[in-house]
Design a protein around this ligand. Structure first.
Ligand code: AMP
Ligand code: MG
Length: 332
């Protein structure tokens, strides 16, 4: 398949393609998304084959205005309304009870649907032109670090999708916060840029993120063995964010790191320590923004190992540590 590359001026064309059932990757403020018309089962099905994504991992549906919710969700609870008023458009995904218009393939057969209104101007413009809600997971091959630049999307998906919108690198660099609003109390299913501390200010009864079990790709589909306490956010069980190099979380940079090791963190290593590549960040925001791109850089260099400095689990630090822990988990 030939992949077409779009600039901002050709967003109307990219939107038209999406509406017709094509796959188009596009920038959002979190990471690049791989979009398909969320109301078309055939279009959404193709996302799973393009990414190699397990079909029991549900997708987030993207909308450009609140009115679009009516087609997708059966009810908006008062708490969901408060969260939307405060955080939309933005990096917060909310889980609602779904309508019959949402094909099962989008939600992996669940009775609920995850919806987000991004704030990236290119994403909003594209959604407007598409005129349909757009299901979009991160635009990378399943299991690998999410794509935060259009070049990373190209490396993973060229020839597998109809279009890639070549926007700027993403600003946040980590996937959205996911909050389930279908239960008695709202609950954080995935930490992201909108932190638990910020969410607490809007709903004080919100339940924090608890992490969840992870299974390897090889056990996917073996539901007989699945635990009775399977997490409510199914996709979180899968292997995620892993570069080819092994990821290790470290307290401090080493003074004599092993050969072919890269380092990312806030604390600079002692001079001339022999890291293959070093990425020094000043803030948690910067750490999040560059992390996945650095993983990809380290793989291009042929690194064996990436040492990532641990950060405190508060604010964005909770999301960063979640991604680092998942990236560092062995998948077998
Ligand atoms: P991704 O598209 O890779 O950013 O992943 C989307 C994630 O959102 C999934 O892996 C789930 O963890 C979560 N999610 C999507 N839909 C639902 C849903 N209906 N209920 C609970 N979690 C969901
Ligand atoms: Mg993903």
């Amino acid at each position: 398949m030939k992949t077409h590359y779009f600039d901002r001026d050709s967003l109307p064309l990219a939107g038209e393609l999406l509406a017709k059932g094509a796959l188009v990757a596009f920038p959002t403020e979190t990471v690049y998304g791989l979009g398909a018309n969320a109301l078309s089962q055939e279009a959404v099905q193709r996302i799973f084959s393009a990414k190699g994504r397990p079909s029991d991992n549900p997708l987030i549906v993207h909308i450009s205005k609140s009115e679009d919710l009516a087609t997708l969700v059966r009810a908006v609870s008062p708490v969901a309304q408060k969260l939307m008023d405060r955080f939309w458009p933005g990096p917060l995904t909310l889980v609602f009870p779904k309508t019959d218009a949402v094909p099962d393939v989008v939600t992996a057969g669940l009775d609920s649907v995850a919806v987000r209104m991004p704030e990236h101007p290119w994403a909003l413009e594209l959604l407007e032109h598409a005129g349909v809600p757009v299901a979009a997971p991160s635009a990378n091959r399943s299991g690998t670090p999410s794509a935060t630049t259009w070049e990373a999307v190209r490396d993973d998906l060229d020839g597998r999708v109809e279009g890639i919108v070549c926007g700027p690198p993403t600003d946040i660099g980590l996937e959205s916060t996911v909050v389930d609003t279908t239960g008695l109390h709202p609950r954080v299913l995935r930490p992201g840029k909108v932190s638990y501390e910020e969410l607490m200010k809007v709903c004080s009864d919100i339940e924090p993120y608890r992490g969840s079990e992870i299974v390897s790709e090889s056990t996917i589909g073996n539901h007989e063995g699945s635990s009775p306490h399977a997490p409510n956010s199914p996709g979180l069980r899968h292997r995620h964010y892993q570069p080819i190099a092994r990821v290790r979380i470290v307290l401090h940079p080493g003074s004599t790191p092993p050969k072919k090791t890269c380092y990312i963190g806030i604390e600079p290593p002692p001079p001339a320590t022999g890291y293959m590549a070093c990425c020094l960040v000043r803030t948690l925001d910067e750490y999040a923004r560059v992390l996945f791109d650095f993983f990809r850089h380290a793989d291009r260099l042929g690194a064996d190992q990436i040492e990532c400095q641990q950060v405190p689990e508060i604010g964005l630090g909770t999301a960063l540590m979640d991604r680092l822990q998942r990236a560092s988990m062995s998948s077998d």
